[in-house]
Design a protein around this ligand. Structure first.
Ligand code: FES
Ligand code: FES
Length: 165
């Protein structure tokens, strides 16, 4: 998709992007964060805001195929690009193997970190389909979880890696 950001008046811009495979066109305040656009403007509540400062990873989405922190991404940067959120990963009837594994291994507790953790896990598996446990720990190092102690999440990612082979 071509870069498309049209300035409207002093403070607004029109943003066009592809979101979970569908074209979206919206007028937003200049500098609006991608996380606010997703949650407040589009009511896509899957992407969570934890710290809002780039520290916890709970807002991780894919921007042009790269894991990206939506709380640090102004809409102008996403414009013309392709954004994929947790809503674009699997469906209720057809979950991604990592979503299944997270449920079955009890890698989901309060759920705040879960969407970001799944995006980080998928990003890892995309680049390294057969990670070791240490590589998984490194791969999700930017994603914090206050509930699970990480072991169940790591096991879930390992299980998903096996399922995908
Ligand atoms: S909310 Fe974005 S990194 Fe914490
Ligand atoms: S499940 Fe609660 S923060 Fe991870």
């Amino acid at each position: 998709m071509a870069k498309t950001t049209e300035t409207i008046g002093e403070h607004h811009v029109r943003i066009e992007l592809k979101l979970n495979g569908k074209p979206v066109s919206h007028v937003v305040n200049g500098g609006r964060r991608l996380i606010d656009f997703l949650r407040d403007d589009l009511h896509l509540y899957g992407t969570k805001e934890g710290c809002g400062e780039g520290e916890c990873g709970s807002c991780t989405v894919f921007l042009n195929g790269t894991a990206t922190l939506a709380c640090l991404t102004p809409m102008e940067r996403a414009s013309g690009g392709e954004v994929q959120t947790i809503e674009g990963i699997g469906t209720a009837e057809n979950l991604d193997p990592l979503q299944w594994a997270m449920m079955e291994e009890a890698g989901v507790q309060c759920g705040i970190c879960t969407p970001g953790m799944i995006m980080a896990g998928l990003d890892l598996l995309k680049h390294n389909p057969h990670p070791t446990r240490d590589e998984i720990i490194q791969g999700i190092a930017g994603n914090l979880c206050r509930c699970t102690g990480y072991q169940k999440i790591i096991t879930a990612i390992q299980r998903a890696a096996e399922t995908r082979t």
